[in-house]
Ligand binder design. Structure first.
Ligand code: SAH
Length: 356
């Protein structure tokens, strides 16, 4: 058992089974053993790869999008640019380069919301010369109109899960099996607050932390102006089915096998996120599939321009990146990933989002 597994087992022995949300929060964010606190999980050596790590084109297109939105917002100066969960800082480095080309002379006040000390170091190196300020949460961000970027951020926020039984929805919990190992179980009493219909055995996920964050963001956008661009793997219709997943060494793993050593994520419920933002009177664009978004922003044109100056090997790399980012198969990034924009006011049509 991992050190964190032993700690969680002790916690359960004393206090009883814990919810999936608490388990997820401990696995990812435990101050000593949390997955994101202890390592750089991205890339070939790590457990998973993200779109900005696949190709510079991803961040560049996001940067061009930011330049356009900044213009629609009336060019606030400086532009407060915030990234939630910036990983290795790759997306932001690529985006800033494109932003400076598309909006020459723009002054950027850069803010990174990141809890991992390891990744903060990697970000500082990737973004040397851009003078970012790091934050542990949204509370310390400066006031004023801002553009928020969140790629693969909402998927690592804790969710609660419930299973349908004849007596109602019972919360899924992590408890101890007869051998003392971690096992999934159900709370003995149904949860009175869940009223959704469902057939016996159905599993319902409630992304409490993500919804709370979305409400906070939407309220802030409404109060001081701005736009959020959120990109994540997830679904547009409400979330039935077990979508909690663990990844280690680029492979799916048992979420209970190695707490703190594997990434734990969850399919993002975009319908619920959009509803939460709308409830705060924010304007929503999308969600659209990542493929649609990137192609509308000119991914193919950008690829052609890069290829014109590339070696034969680089041409292959660029082509394969385009393929991966837009892959429309069931498990491909192009269709599995969705893009949602939230704004404080109607900015008119924005690039990448077809007009409704
Ligand atoms: N956006 C990056 C990285 C995605 S991984 C990319 O696309 O490559 C998730 C990122 O969110 C990591 O940087 C992780 O450390 C950070 N993170 C996870 N939980 C967080 C939390 N509760 N608060 C702030 N950052 C968090």
């Amino acid at each position: 058992m991992t050190p964190l597994g032993a700690e969680i087992a002790a916690l359960i022995r004393h206090g009883g089974p814990i919810g999936v949300d608490r388990y997820m929060a401990l696995c990812l964010g435990h101050p000593v053993h949390g997955y994101y606190r202890t390592r750089d999980p991205l890339g070939v050596q790590g457990d998973f790869t993200t779109a900005p790590e696949i190709s510079q084109m991803f961040g560049e297109l996001v940067g061009a999008w930011v330049a356009y939105v900044h213009g629609r917002m009336g060019r606030p100066d400086p532009l407060i640019l915030v990234e939630l969960g910036p990983g290795r800082g790759t997306l932001m480095a690529d985006a800033l380069r494109a932003l400076r080309v598309a909006a020459p002379g723009v002054r950027v006040s850069l803010h990174l919301v990141e809890t991992s000390p390891v990744l903060r170091d990697v970000q500082a190196r990737a973004l040397a010369g851009t003078d970012p300020t790091w934050h542990a949460g949204l509370e310390t961000l400066p006031e004023g109109p801002a553009i928020f970027i969140a790629n693969e951020f909402f998927d690592c926020l804790p969710v609660r899960q419930f299973e349908r039984r004849p007596s109602g929805w019972h919360e899924r919990q992590v408890g101890l099996g007869p051998e003392g190992g971690l096992v999934f179980g159900l709370a003995p009493e149904p949860a009175a607050e869940i009223e959704a219909p469902g057939t016996e055995g159905a599993l319902l996920s409630v992304p409490g932390a993500g919804l709370a964050l979305m409400r906070t963001l939407a309220r802030r956008l409404r109060a001081t102006g701005g736009t959020l661009l959120a990109i994540d793997y997830g679904h547009v219709r409400p979330g039935f089915g077990d979508t909690l997943q663990a990844l280690a060494g680029h492979r799916f793993a048992d979420p209970l096998a190695a707490p703190g050593e594997a990434d734990l994520t969850h399919h993002v419920d975009f319908a619920a996120l959009a509803r939460a933002a709308r409830a705060e009177a924010a304007t929503i664009l999308g969600p659209v599939e990542q493929r649609e978004f990137l192609l509308a922003l000119g991914l193919l044109e950008r690829a052609e321009r890069l290829k014109a100056r590339a070696t034969a090997d680089q041409v292959l790399t660029i082509d394969s990146a385009v393929e991966r980012l837009t892959d429309a198969s069931l498990t491909g990034m192009g269709s599995l990933f969705k893009v949602l924009a939230v704004t404080d006011q109607d900015l008119g049509p924005l690039p990448g989002f077809p007009e409704a």
